[in-house]
Design a binder for this molecule. Sequence first.
Ligand code: XMP
Length: 509
Amino acid sequence: MIVVIDFGSQYNQLIARRVRENRVYCQIEPPNVDIETIRSLKPEGIILSGGPSSIYEKNSPRMNPAIFDLGIPVLGICYGMQFMVDALGGDVRKAEKREYGFAGLTIENPGRLFDKIEAKTPCWMSHGDSITRLPDGFSVTATTDNTPVAAAENAARNLYGLQFHPEVEHTPKGKQILRNFLFDICGCKPSWTMKAFARDTISHIQKTVGDKKVILGLSGGVDSSVTAMLIHQAIGAQLTCIFVDNGLLRLNEAEKLKIVLKQHLKINIRFVNASRLFLDALAGVTDPEKKRKIIGKIFMDVFEAEAQKIQDADFLAQGTLYPDIIESRSAFGGPTSVIKSHHNVGGLPKKMKLKLIEPLKYLFKDEVRILGKTLGMPDELIWRQPFPGPGLGIRIIGEITPKRLAVLRKVDDILIAEIKAAGFYKKLWQSFAVLLPIKSVGVMGDKRTYENIVAIRAVTSKDAMTADWARLPHKLLARISNRIINEVNGVNRVAYDISSKPPSTIEWE
Ligand code: XMP
C-alpha cells in the first residue's frame, strides 16, 4: 500500500484515485500523523501531496522529517517536494516567474522515475515558489523554461520530487510516472481489489464497533445503501437504519424504496414520515440557503428523536465520500469559499454523543458502485443517480407548495422514464427537472395558456466537482418536452440547461 500525506492540495483525491486505478491500495493521512502509525501501515511508498501553502510561511503544514529515514521510497509533489527539500536542508523561495498551466518538461536524467518517457513532454504546473538549492545528495532530473528544478532525486535514498502535477490529465505522461514510482521504485503489486477493500473494511468495522449498536440515516441513495450493506455484513442486527420521508422526494419514491430496500437489504429499517413538519416549516421560504438550513435542522430533529428510541447506540454511520470531504473543507475554515452549505460532513448530532463511522470516506462514487456490486447489491440501487438531501425542495425555485411539488414530481417522473428508456440513465451523472418561478404564454388547442416553465438538467461528471451538460440527442429532448407539456397540467414550456460546472453548479439552487 501507499500512504499519501495530505498537505491540502485540491488534487489530493486525484493522487489517491490514480494509485488505486493501478490496483494498489492507498490511504490518506494528515501531516501530523505519527511515524509509528506510518510504520505500522507498512507502506511500500509514501507520496507527499501538493498544497496551497508556502513552506517558508510560519504556519505552513509540516510533518516529522523522520519520514525520510524509514527506508521507504518517497515521492514529493509540488508543495510535498518543497517540504522534502526544506526538511533535508535545501532552499525554497518565492519564484521570480510563477508557473501555472502547461509547461514543456525537459528530462535531463530519466533515472527510474522517468523510465519509458520521452525527453520532452508537457506537464501541468501550479506553483508560486521554486527550489533554489537542493539538499546534499540530490540532483536535478528535469527542467522547464521557468523552473530550473522541475524534478529532482536522491536515487540512493529513493527520494524523488516533482514540481509539476503527475496526477492531472494535463500531464499526459503523469500516469506512466506514477506507475514507475509504484511498481519499479516501490515494488508494489497490483493486487488491491474492491473485494479486498470490503473484507478489510468489514473486519475493521467489527473491531471498532464490538458489541455496540450503530445507527445509519438511509436515504436510498447508493452511498448510504452501500454503507448499510457493509455495516450489516459486519455486525448484522446491531445496525438500525432510519429513513426520513421529508415530503420532498420524487413520485412514489418512499414506497418504491421501501420495497427495494426491504427486499434486497434485509436490514432493520425504521421509516418515519415527517412530510408535514418539513412542508409547514418551508411555507413561504424562497431563499435557497434558508431552505437548506430548515430542511437540515428538521432532519436532525426528526432523526435524533427516532435515534433516541434505540437503546445503547454508540455509533452513527454516514455514507460520506471522499469528494464530500474535499468540497466541505471550507466548512472547517479552509481557504475556499462556501458555495452551498450542502454536505452532511460534520453534521453529527452533538447532543447524541455518537462516534462517527464513515467506511466510504476515501472512496469515489465509481468505486462505491463497484463495491456495491461486489457486496451483491442490485443494479437498481447501485446505479441510482445522486439525489440531494433537500430533494425537490431545491429544484423548485421559489416557494415550495404541495401543488408545485405535485407538478415537479410528474415532470421528473416522465423525464427519468424517457432517459432510462433511451439508455442514458447510467451514462449521466444526474438528470432532473427544475420548476421555475416564472410563467410563460403558450397556446394549446386554440386557447391561450399562461403556465409554468420547467428546465431540464442533464450532466455528465465523475465526482460532481466538475460537470458538463449532456449532449442528449434532439430526438430524445423532443420526446421529453412533448410528453411533459402534453401530460403535465400546468406546464407549457420546457427549456434545456446548457451550462457546465464551473461556472454554473449542478443544482440550480
Ligand atoms: P452542486 O449543485 O453544488 O452539486 O454542483 C454537487 C452535487 O451535490 C448535490 N447537492 C446536494 N447534496 N445536499 C446534498 O445532499 C444538498 O444540499 C445538495 N446540493 C447539491 C448535487 O445534486 C450534486 O450531485
